[in-house]
Design a protein around this ligand. Structure first.
Ligand SMILES: Nc1ncnc2c1ncn2[C@@H]1O[C@H](COP(=O)(O)OP(=O)(O)OP(=O)(O)O)[C@@H](O)[C@H]1O
Ligand SMILES: [Mg+2]
Length: 510
């Protein structure tokens, strides 16, 4: 019996039907991934699975007693708790057992009651703790927190004092420690760096139980997927096998779909011609009418490749300013103490670079330092006069009650409505999305609205901090092209090697 089964799910947001009889099944131990373009309904499907939303039609069936964890639901946790205590909270039952064992030993030692019986009870508890891995907990938790890039001082701070990325990682760590039957994760790599993604991929590959992971990160999917669910044209198709074999099979299916679509279009055209010619003739009007009725009931296939519409990015370039746009010398970055050893490099005209590094926080801090957003702790950086930077900030906080239209307008109040709509439309935020609150948009749709503002900003230098998060492959390709065409300097921080490879002149390793 499957752990989880979705049968003929339908769900509508006021103006949009997301699924037509979508079905999905997860068996014990299956390592599943769910893919699909931005806005296709992946996050919504996860919310239906965990019961945050109810389907309009169809069934979500969990096998009784199956346990699951959903990364998004952790947001209700007590924020004053130190991170480490939060993580050890998973084992509260074992700690209670240990306490009880100690109490028993103490009472045995005090000579009260039945010594033999108490000692026996205490020893049994000790065996049980041993069996449950209690004595290797520290090592286990340590492996996890190391893998996710926590240092000791982070772990002792209350959750509310951690950066949002660190906090997400604490939730992720806790979820992994709980070892539920099914892990459900929505784009877990967005807040991880390359090393941590690697670590998570190997952790998940060895996970003895099942998971369902949504991601646009193909390199990650290649490492973890054993079953791929593809959400497309409002239905879910199951592909057994790894990501590579999914891509191959999906390409064949797409080819077949295209053939079916073309055949259907030819059929529709033929029928329409017949109807047009005969509907006015007394002798054949009846036949024409019946054919028209039949045509009206036909389930018309959606045009392939059209789902989600076009996406196009372009960053307006002002002018060149000289040969050496950026010189960094012995720069020390951090908040109270330097996070990395001093950094020195010279960026020449038109050079594009990627910054890599061990440390989870150092790269964003470096970018913020050279952009003058936080003070440096030593050394220097010098931009050539006339440099105008267009910055994509990983940590930008946006007001989710704004619509994309209002968001763009807040930066460019002088633009007229048509222009704002055009700009949003170009990056794939269609008209109906542009007037809806951001909190009612998908992750990718919100990111595209942020890029809309960037396509208006004139610049001669791009600084991009994890720009591919939330974007589907089509949007990533469009972003790649825009950066490739851009004549100015570019600094990219990204955990997706597939993205910046082939784009940058060289990589800088901190
Ligand atoms: N509360 C809401 N009200 C109305 N529409 C919504 C709401 N939440 C999401 N939507 C719309 O439903 C569609 C599916 O959203 P969902 O977040 O499930 O997509 P997704 O597949 O997870 O996309 P992404 O890859 O961008 O994360 C989107 O077009 C989105 O705009
Ligand atoms: Mg989503």
């Amino acid at each position: 019996m499957a752990l989880l089964e979705l049968v003929d799910i339908e769900f509508n947001y006021s103006d949009k039907e997301l699924y037509q009889k979508a079905s999905l099944k997860i068996n014990p131990g299956e390592h599943c991934c769910l893919v699909g373009i931005n806005g296709s309904g992946k996050t919504t499907l996860l919310n239906l699975i965990v019961g945050e939303l109810r389907p309009d039609k169809g069934k979500v069936m969990w096998e009784p007693h199956v346990t699951y964890a959903y990364l998004d639901q952790q947001l209700k946790v007590e924020q004053d708790m130190p991170a480490i205590e939060y993580l050890y909270g998973v084992y509260s039952e074992l700690f209670a057992m240990e306490k009880e064992m100690e109490r028993l030993y103490a009472s045995a030692a005090s000579g009260e009651g039945d010594y033999e019986r108490i000692l026996d009870k205490a020893m049994k508890l000790g065996d049980k703790l041993q069996e449950k891995g209690f004595y290797s907990l520290q090592e286990k938790v340590g492996r996890l927190t190391d893998g996710l890039g926590f240092d000791k001082s982070d772990l002792e701070r209350p959750l509310r004092q951690l950066s949002s990325g660190q906090r997400e990682k604490a939730y992720l760590a806790k979820m992994l420690l709980e070892e539920k039957d099914v892990l459900i994760m929505d784009e877990p790599t967005n807040f991880l760096d390359a090393f941590q993604v690697e670590w998570l991929a190997s952790y998940l590959s060895n996970y003895p139980k099942a998971f369902l992971v949504v991601s646009h990160d193909e390199a990650f999917l290649r490492k973890i997927a054993k079953v791929v669910f593809c959400l497309e044209n409002k239905t879910v198709t199951r592909y057994k096998g790894d990501f590579e074999s999914y891509l191959a099979q999906h390409a064949l299916d797409l080819e077949q779909y295209r053939k079916n679509y073309e055949a259907q279009q030819r059929y529709i055209k033929r029928e329409e011609d017949f109807i047009a010619r005969h509907i006015v003739r007394a002798t054949s009007a009846r036949a024409a009418k019946s054919r028209r009725a039949r045509l009206a009931h036909l389930e018309v296939l959606a045009e392939p490749g059209k789902e989600g519409g076009k996406v196009f990015f372009s960053f307006p370039f002002t002018h060149d300013v000289g040969e050496k746009p950026l010189l960094v010398e012995e720069l020390e970055i951090g908040y109270t103490f330097p996070l990395l050893s001093p950094i020195s490099f010279l960026l020449k005209k038109g050079e594009k670079i990627a910054i890599l590094g061990q440390n989870g926080v150092g790269k964003t801090t470096f970018l913020k330092t050279i952009l003058g957003k936080i003070p440096s702790l030593g050394g220097s950086y010098k931009w050539l006069e006339g440099i105008q930077v267009n910055y994509f900030d990983q940590d930008e906080r946006i007001d989710l009650d704004m619509t994309p239209f209002e968001y763009v307008h807040s930066f460019y109040p002088e633009l007229d409505n048509t222009k704002i709509r055009t700009v949003l439309g170009a990056v794939g935020v269609r008209k109906e999305l542009s007037m809806r609150k951001m909190r009612e948009l998908s992750g990718g749709e919100v990111t595209k609205a942020r890029f809309a503002v960037m396509t208006l900003r004139k610049s001669n230098f791009l600084v991009l901090d994890e720009p591919t998060n939330h974007l589907d492959q089509k949007a990533k390709d469009a972003l790649f092209d825009a950066i490739e065409r851009y004549p100015g300097g570019v600094i990219i921080v990204s955990h997706e090697k597939d993205f910046y490879d082939g784009l940058v002149d060289y990589e800088l390793n901190f």
